[in-house]
Design a protein around this ligand. Sequence first.
Ligand SMILES: NC(=O)c1ccc[n+]([C@@H]2O[C@H](COP(=O)([O-])OP(=O)(O)OC[C@H]3O[C@@H](n4cnc5c(N)ncnc54)[C@H](OP(=O)(O)O)[C@@H]3O)[C@@H](O)[C@H]2O)c1
Length: 306
Amino acid sequence: MRILILGGTIFLGRHVAAEALARGHELTLFTRGLHGADLFPEAEHVRGDRADLAPLRGTWDAIVDTSGYASADVAESARLDAGRYVFVSSCNVYPDWPDEPVDEDSPTWTEGEDYGQQKALAERALEAERPGAWASVRAGLIVGPHDNVFRLPWWRERIARGGDVPAPAPPGRELQLIDARDLAAFLLDLAQDGIAGAFNGTAPIGQTTFAEILEGGARLHWVAEDALHDVEPWTELPLWLPERFKGTWRIGTERAQAAGLRCRPVAETIADVDAWLRERPELPDWRAEHRPPPMSAAREAELLRR
Ligand SMILES: NC(=O)c1ccc[n+]([C@@H]2O[C@H](COP(=O)([O-])OP(=O)(O)OC[C@H]3O[C@@H](n4cnc5c(N)ncnc54)[C@H](OP(=O)(O)O)[C@@H]3O)[C@@H](O)[C@H]2O)c1
């Protein structure tokens, strides 16, 4: 197939590109050329900004859109000449999430400028432009090598340094993490098979636990939630939200599994993330990007004292 990826050179899109080439597809990547410009010499690279799609001339069997954030941009790219359109969305399309568990029938945002609101409006724009002929994968927390958002790697890097590590109790708290390579395979399956609809793209409920993702030799001290009262959820302690956000790791995934989403064991992802970190990858500066800052030794000691 001829596949156009809008994006394709940082994390998820990079895995989609690698998998598309491995499957023998003819690949075009559309990016500004700011990241990973030397990756994938076998693909056609078209340079440009999503705000102006004029450089993109041609027809494709399918588009995989990993870089759609502004709904107006997605409304534009939905008009490109392509048989199928697979959009990477987010569980943030649900106003109820993470407060409550959600599935694909949960209501989605109908207005607003925030990240999840724009993702929901992008899905609505796709329906307006290509009624019934698009797929959206509402991703949960994506993990794996090349992870620029750096939630799981933040923990793995800390565990590798060893010593005494404060961890959010309880150890058995469940999480759902989707390996970018499994998500990439699913996006391409939807594109190849022409499957339409919205799918929650993450691992099944109960896939793993905090204790499992923090294995590796550091001495873990499980700190009760009361003692984390002044900790900034999700960024100061990545992957942690207080228990009252009871939907965080209760995302229904049956529809995606029925459509073919398969998730590798989390131990395999962790081993590959550890190996990637040992290669000392060039990482985006946490001051400038989404990457959470490391916790200072003084702050760790303070949490350990509690
Ligand atoms: N990480 C998570 O846990 C998570 C969770 C839920 C959903 N998601 C979704 O998953 C996707 C993440 O994908 P990714 O960043 O890993 O994908 P990616 O495709 O690997 O990287 C983003 C690509 O888009 C290009 N790009 C960015 N802005 C552009 C613009 N204005 N015009 C043209 N190209 C542009 C970048 O290249 P240049 O910079 O060179 O242009 C890069 O190739 C997003 O849609 C995100 O909302 C992520």
